[in-house]
Design a binder for this molecule. Structure first.
Ligand SMILES: [Zn+2]
Length: 486
């Protein structure tokens, strides 16, 4: 019996060609099936089987019945399955069993100790997908479907469910419809990542949830970058703005002192998180925008002053623009306008503005009451008395004009004024025009602004042809030059 364990492969009839590490549990069944055969010619009673158990090449012990091993494996698996219901588990992948036929009684079987050892050492593993970057495992997921869902989750960080569904449908059919007005169509979606997914066995505890895996892919991996210091930067500020500790920064920049200030333009090494996955999305967008219509004013002499009339209603035009935008991880990297066209011209709004003077209704503003001329005498003290208005002389024509619209309240000669006209403007103001040669209006007549009311003359107390012009506000004389100018 002694020494048999060293050359078990030679003694084992059905495992002679196999290496110990490759013998799996499946093989165990095969071995059991072969138990019945007797090829040695010895009587059954004298022939005795025993099984040497190895785990990962290490000898565990020897048992008489392979059922002991089966039980140990099944027990351990049942326990593990309770804890990890959703995983596909394997137990004792490294287990190998070698059958040996011996003569005599089996005094070497140490079943209890084998059972105990197996219970402690049997590896419980789960089938999983290891997601790797540059050969380094980032995380494990339970199956390829979980990995696909995580990748879809990364895409959905940058496109909506609907966009993704439409995009996938378009790709399936090979036809990308033009976006409708106001709509967006994803025309390209790519995921750039140096990720490999590999099916491996791992400790069930290593398997991450899809949420955690997604979070990890979204956040990124730390990468070394050069940072150029700005005015007033210090190592502390740089560390803080990059979420690094001072120790990390100093270590990364060997020889940099903590108190040192940085010179503007100096390069410092920093750690920046680079996303593991780059999602590039191209969207085509069609948008209509209004073209504002213009307002055009046009004088109209058939309309009274102050009146307005819309002769033509305005209408905004319409412009359509198709643009293509590319984003990488949500950041816009390019935008191109494919088409920009006017689909509807705007229509101007035409407003007629009345220019016809309105008799009797004050415009609120005074106009020069003569045809040119100049102020030959101002209001104020003159020759020892008060001059109540202004004198206007040497006009280019002799017509005297109503300074504003209003109603004639008095006409005819009055003392030193000679022939005069008084006009009430209806807004607290009255005007008086004196020394007229002739008067062409009657009391009660409504006048428009600028309407002729008489001819300049030299009647009354006058020393030459001129207009004497007075303005009253609520009955009080005011200086006409404060409301009228030539
Ligand atoms: Zn005067």
């Amino acid at each position: 019996m002694q020494g048999n364990t060293d050359n078990y492969s030679a003694n084992s009839p059905s495992s002679g060609k196999k290496k110990k590490g490759k013998i799996r549990k499946v093989l165990l069944t095969v071995l059991l099936g072969s138990l019945l055969f007797t090829g040695t010619g010895f009587a059954k009673e004298s022939l005795h089987d025993q099984y040497h158990v190895y785990e990962g090449g290490e000898y565990i012990g020897t048992v008489k019945s392979p059922e002991v091993i089966d039980h140990a494996v099944n027990d351990k698996k049942a326990k593990a399955e309770d804890a990890h219901e959703d995983l596909e588990l394997v137990v004792g992948r490294d287990l190998s069993v070698v059958k040996e036929k011996v003569f005599g009684s089996s005094e070497s079987a140490d079943e209890e100790s084998v059972k105990k050892t197996l219970d402690q050492t049997l590896a419980v593993e789960a089938k999983s997908v290891a997601v790797q970057v540059e050969g380094k495992t980032l995380f494990h997921l339970k199956d390829p479907e979980a990995f696909n869902r995580v990748i879809r989750g990364v895409k959905l960080t940058h496109v909506t469910e609907k966009e993704l569904a439409d995009y996938e449908a378009a790709r399936e059919s090979g036809e990308f419809p033009e976006p409708e007005e106001g709509q967006t169509q994803v025309t390209h979606l790519s995921l750039k990542a140096d990720l490999q997914a590999k099916e491996v066995y791992t400790d069930p505890e290593n398997i991450k949830t899809e949420e955690d895996a997604l979070e990890l892919l979204r956040s990124g991996k730390p990468a070394e970058h050069d940072y150029t210091a700005g005015e007033g930067d210090t190592p502390e500020k740089v560390a803080k703005s990059h979420g690094m500790s001072m120790e990390q920064l100093l270590e990364l920049n060997g020889g940099m002192g903590e108190q040192e200030t940085l010179a503007a333009g100096e390069t410092v090494k920093v750690i920046v998180e680079e996303p593991y996955v780059e999602v590039s999305v191209t969207r085509k967008h069609r948008e209509a925008s209004p073209i504002a219509h213009k307002k055009v004013m046009k004088d109209d002499e058939t309309l009274l002053k102050g009146e307005k009339k819309i002769a033509q209603a305005g209408k905004d035009g319409k412009k359509e623009m198709t643009s293509v935008t590319e984003t990488v991880n949500g950041k816009k990297v390019s935008e191109k306008v494919l088409e920009d066209k006017v689909v509807e011209e705007p229509v101007d709004e035409l407003i007629l503005k009345g220019t016809k003077a309105v008799p009797g209704v004050s415009t609120g503003k005074f106009a020069w009451p003569a045809q040119g001329g100049y102020v030959s005498s101002k209001k104020g003290p003159r020759w020892g008395r008060q001059h109540n208005g202004i004198d206007i002389a040497r006009p280019s024509g002799k017509a005297i004009l109503a300074s504003d619209a209003g109603t004639v309240t008095a006409t005819g000669p009055q003392g030193g004024y000679g022939n005069r006209v008084v006009v009430d403007h209806g807004n607290g103001y009255t005007t008086l025009y004196a020394h007229l040669q002739s008067i062409s209006v009657k009391p009660g007549q409504k006048l428009a602004q600028g309407q002729k009311l008489g001819v300049m003359g030299n009647t009354g107390r006058s020393t030459g042809v001129h207009l004497h012009f007075e303005v009253r506000k609520n009955g009080q004389l005011i200086n006409p030059l404060t409301v009228v100018s030539q």
